[in-house]
Write a protein that binds this ligand. Structure first.
Ligand code: DC
Length: 228
């Protein structure tokens, strides 16, 4: 039997990574892991517990008290993140978390913790994981690596549509500056900055429908002889 793959999808904020990762995981019957949700859940814990980001000891202590788990919601069929057994899938999408998460994700101890958890989740393969450093740091030997890009205007529109349901008062400008700020911090941090892995395939989905982007990814799977 063909061994299951590890598929990584990296890219800037709001490029449609999670849409593609979910489609692909469903089609291949793989597990989808949203690595960004892990950084968001850690950020939520830090905010709730007033963890001082300048104090390494406090950060390490806090991380020892964090358990993260993905559980499939039987109704929607999608996996949701639990922080210490609490479902935080919805609350971590709040703009308050979005404003802080890149600073938290830049911390050395946070990355060591999250990367180790992510690597454990990939032990049996058969996963699609999206994020910023999945193809470069977490799974440098992944069989398929996709790096997604899209025009800024399209990304802002997409994130706005996503956020509007939860927060109708949010403005396009707020979204635009949050995306720009996160892109900057994520690409310029010292540890595992966002960058395209040398062997990643770039996918620009600015003008693609969800079906077209799925077909693109499935072709990559077929090209290496795996069932798709
Ligand atoms: O994908 P997202 O927008 O939910 O990710 C939230 C933040 O987490 C993002 O701004 C950067 C960080 N992140 C990261 O540093 N490394 C990853 N593998 C995934 C996300």
């Amino acid at each position: 039997m063909f061994q299951k793959l590890i598929i990584t999808i990296d890219g800037f904020s709001s490029c449609g990574k999670s849409t593609l990762a979910k489609q692909l995981a469903k089609r291949l019957n793989y597990t989808y892991i949203d690595s960004g949700a892990m950084y968001r859940a850690i950020t939520l814990y830090f905010l709730r517990n007033n963890v001082d980001l300048a104090k390494e000891k406090e950060i390490r202590h806090a991380l020892k008290n964090i358990t993260l788990e993905f559980v499939v919601n039987e109704t929607s069929g999608s996996s949701e993140i639990y922080l210490n057994e609490e479902n935080v899938e919805y609350i971590i999408r709040d703009i308050v978390i979005a404003e802080k998460v890149s600073d938290v994700a830049a911390l050395k101890d946070v990355r060591t913790f999250a990367v180790a958890e992510q690597q454990k989740m990939g032990i049996h393969k058969g996963i699609v994981m999206d994020g910023r450093d999945i193809g470069t740091t977490v799974f440098p030997n992944a069989e398929i690596k996709i790096f997604m890009v899209a025009d800024e205007a399209v990304r802002v529109e997409r994130r706005y549509a996503e956020m509007f349901d939860k927060n109708p008062n949010i403005t396009l400008d707020e979204i635009k500056s949050n995306i720009a700020m996160r892109d900057y911090i994520d690409s310029n941090r010292k540890i595992s900055p966002l960058r395209k892995a040398d062997d990643a395939i770039e996918l620009d989905n600015t003008h693609l429908t969800p079906k077209e982007q799925l077909d693109f990814a499935l072709k990559l799977v077929k090209n290496i002889g795996a069932p798709a």
